[in-house]
Design a protein around this ligand. Structure first.
Ligand code: SAM
Length: 199
């Protein structure tokens, strides 16, 4: 199979890597990260290759597994999966992972599924565990750019359950599930990384 390619992953991988370098303790062996919605598997390959001590587990809906496999078959050993996981449907125990990473997924899954995901994170992750959400967010009901407004319109035309999430809704719901916002980091192209820690 030809490897799927998401150009956005190539553009955002370096700035996201900087966030991981800041938060991941490179002396801890191993540091296990579970990725929700790995998509092509590109991010997983890049981050696990760059971060020596990281054991990276990919996941997504079954329909994306062949693509993810085609990427990880060419990668180093510290990458696992893909695990079949769809937030809002399946159950999963994330207690063995020090962190969860998910890029560009909260605006794709419905809000109900987002809330179920936050619950699963809260129920199964341990104290001090980290969660990294990458993507666009709205603040106080406002878009952060005209391009995000266009993108949101496009998403909603594609599926009424999709749409750019509110920063306040995400942080409030994560707080309900035991996570406090450690940092909200600006990324290129009007995206953010929200870093949460389980208290
Ligand atoms: C826009 S893609 C992002 C993929 C990749 N993370 C990236 O940044 O390129 C959204 C991904 O979320 C996955 N997805 C959609 N609904 C999901 C759900 N309820 N639970 C987990 N993943 C979901 C899709 O299958 C898809 O791979």
């Amino acid at each position: 199979m030809e490897k799927p390619n998401a150009p956005s992953c190539e553009r955002n991988k370096e700035p996201i890597l900087e966030v991981f370098r800041k938060y991941i303790d490179i002396n801890k062996e191993p540091y296990r990260i579970f990725e929700v919605g790995s998509g092509t598997g590109q991010h997983a390959c890049f981050f696990s290759e760059q971060l020596d001590n990281v054991e990276w587990t990919t996941s997504d809906l079954a329909e994306n597994h062949a693509g993810i496999r085609s990427w990880i078959s060419e990668s180093k050993k510290n990458i696992h999966g893909p695990v079949e996981f769809e937030a809002g449907k399946g159950q999963i125990d994330l207690s063995k992972y020090q962190a969860v990473f998910s890029a560009n997924t909260l605006h794709i899954m419905g809000w109900k599924s987002c809330k179920t995901l936050f619950k699963v994170l809260g129920k199964t992750m341990k104290t001090d565990a980290l969660v990294f959400f990458y993507g666009p967010f709205n603040y106080l009901g406002k878009y952060t750019s005209p391009s995000n407004e266009e993108f949101d319109k496009w998403l909603k035309e594609k599926g009424s359950h999709m749409g750019i999430r509110s920063f306040e809704d995400v942080t409030n719901n994560m707080a309900k599930n035991g996570f406090f916002l450690k940092e909200d980091i600006e990324m290129p192209a009007n995206n953010r990384v929200l870093v949460f820690e389980k208290s």
